[in-house]
Design a protein around this ligand. Structure first.
Ligand code: 0X9
Ligand code: CA
Ligand code: CA
Ligand code: ZN
Length: 431
């Protein structure tokens, strides 16, 4: 941990010996003003305290060491908490070093490549994802249908793809919705949605898959935040961008309208990475999905029964609520909590993730899972994908991991879709 005195010494050294101390120095005047740090925080309360400073929480390593990006003032506030703190490096420098090895002809200062660098070509940008969805429908016209459910802030389509037998017909089958990529830099999650789509269409002949696809109507929104994705990759180097592109950016996973802004689990400051927006659903992207989910109330009954919202990273299976550390709350009784926990644990047993209530990580408010459950009683889980730990690099694993890290969730996803007629079946309670 850097004490004030050692910080001063490091600052002096940074002036005298810039080469020697590079990479290990505490913040100096020559840096970008944003720092990558590791904080040791053993409890949800401590992690919530850190999140409330407005720092960008990247991921939690075994739930004790959390990587954050902080500005100078936040760095001082973190020091004041007394929690063990490690300076990892300058934010901009860390991003640059990420790209150094094999970014495709990075053109410093140039904007507009609109694609992933080399080493990441297996990831889908917005145009590639759109083409992939359209191709799926051409290849499997009776199984897959595609619609734009609305537009992002910058007018990109928010695509929803449906997979089911007799896909053109709204049949009386439990509906499932997978949402991916609320957070721009969590590119692996787009690949997760696309992989499930591929598996449920290309492998339809497999009896176990046919059984799931024939008895469910499965919705996918593979890219909830297309503007953020394109912004993150537009320069040819990653920017570590999380939010949408409205103003300074709204954190879409703090903009949902259940207990929005209630509990210190989001920020009112527009520059914060957890900015909640001016009002619930002030972001076009959450508003579009809200309208779509609301539109699935047919004859007074919500057709969508279950949801997994994919994020990265930390390898976690999370369930509601996130706004409170209490296990049960109004609208979430002990039986429901037990069903959430049991299915969460069963899914985690198949993929090796850690299962826990969302607020065991840290308190958030205005998140999608709380809204899905609190508003619609949709059984909603958040998956935090690979890797289990890391700094900024945690968001940017090479494309060579995509196949293994998406198929790692095959059994969890199939188990989940299987229980989507009645999640309480998992604890032998009928619906
Ligand atoms: O903070 C988030 O939005 C998610 N983690 S991430 O690092 N991908 O940003 C976790 C959200 C979990 N759900 C709730 N806390 N309700
Ligand atoms: Ca059907
Ligand atoms: Ca239906
Ligand atoms: Zn996320």
């Amino acid at each position: 941990m850097f004490t004030k005195r050692r910080g001063k010494i490091a600052a002096v050294l940074a002036i005298c010996l810039p080469v020697l101390v590079a990479g290990m120095a505490a913040p100096s005047n020559a840096d970008s003003g944003r720092y990558l740090l590791e904080v040791t925080a053993n409890t949800s309360a401590e992690r919530t305290q850190i999140a409330q400073l407005g720092v960008d929480v990247l991921g939690a390593t075994k739930l004790t060491t959390i990587s954050v990006v902080a500005d100078k003032a936040q760095y001082r506030a973190l020091q004041a908490t007394g929690l063990p703190l490690k300076y990892v490096g300058d934010f901009e420098q860390q991003l640059k070093s990420l790209g150094k090895v094999d970014f495709k002809d990075p053109q410093p200062g140039q904007v507009g490549t609109q694609d992933f660098p080399s080493g990441y070509a297996g990831y889908h940008n917005f145009a590639e994802m759109t083409a992939e969805l359209q191709q799926t429908v051409r290849d499997h016209p009776t199984l897959a249908s595609l619609r734009s459910i609305g537009k992002s802030y910058q007018n990109r389509d928010i695509w929803a793809l449906k997979v089911s037998d007799n896909v053109a017909t709204d049949e009386s089958e439990p509906e499932v919705i997978f949402t991916c990529n609320q957070h721009a830099r969590e590119h692996l999650t787009v690949e997760q949605c696309l992989q499930i789509i591929k598996r449920y269409t290309d492998n339809y002949a497999t009896p176990a898959i046919k059984n799931l696809v024939d008895t469910r109507e499965v919705w996918f929104i593979p890219m909830v935040n297309p503007d953020g994705v394109e912004y993150d990759i537009a320069t040819g180097s990653f920017r570590g961008w999380r939010k949408n592109r409205q103003g300074n950016g709204t954190d879409l996973n703090r903009n949902w309208g259940f207990k929005w802004g209630c509990c210190g689990g989001s920020s009112g400051s527009t520059t914060s990475d957890t900015y909640r927006g001016t009002a619930a659903f002030s972001a076009p992207e959450t508003n579009v999905i809200k309208n779509f989910v609301n539109s699935r109330v047919v004859g007074g009954v919500q057709q969508i029964k279950t949801n997994i919202d994919f994020h990265s990273f930390s390898e976690l299976v999370l369930w509601p609520f996130g706004y409170t550390t209490a296990n049960t709350a109004p609208g979430l009784d002990a039986t429901e909590e037990r069903a959430f926990r049991t299915l969460g644990q069963q899914m985690a047993a198949t993929n090796g993730y850690t299962p826990e209530q969302a607020s065991d990580l840290y308190i958030t408010d205005g998140s999608i899972d709380d809204w899905m459950w609190g508003q619609h009683k949709i059984w909603s889980y958040t998956f935090e994908m690979y890797p289990s730990s890391g700094g900024l690099n945690g968001f940017y694993p090479r494309d060579t991991v995509i196949a293994a890290q998406t198929s790692r969730n095959d059994r969890a996803v199939d188990l989940f879709v299987g229980y989507s007629d009645c999640v309480k079946r998992v604890i032998n309670v009928s619906c």
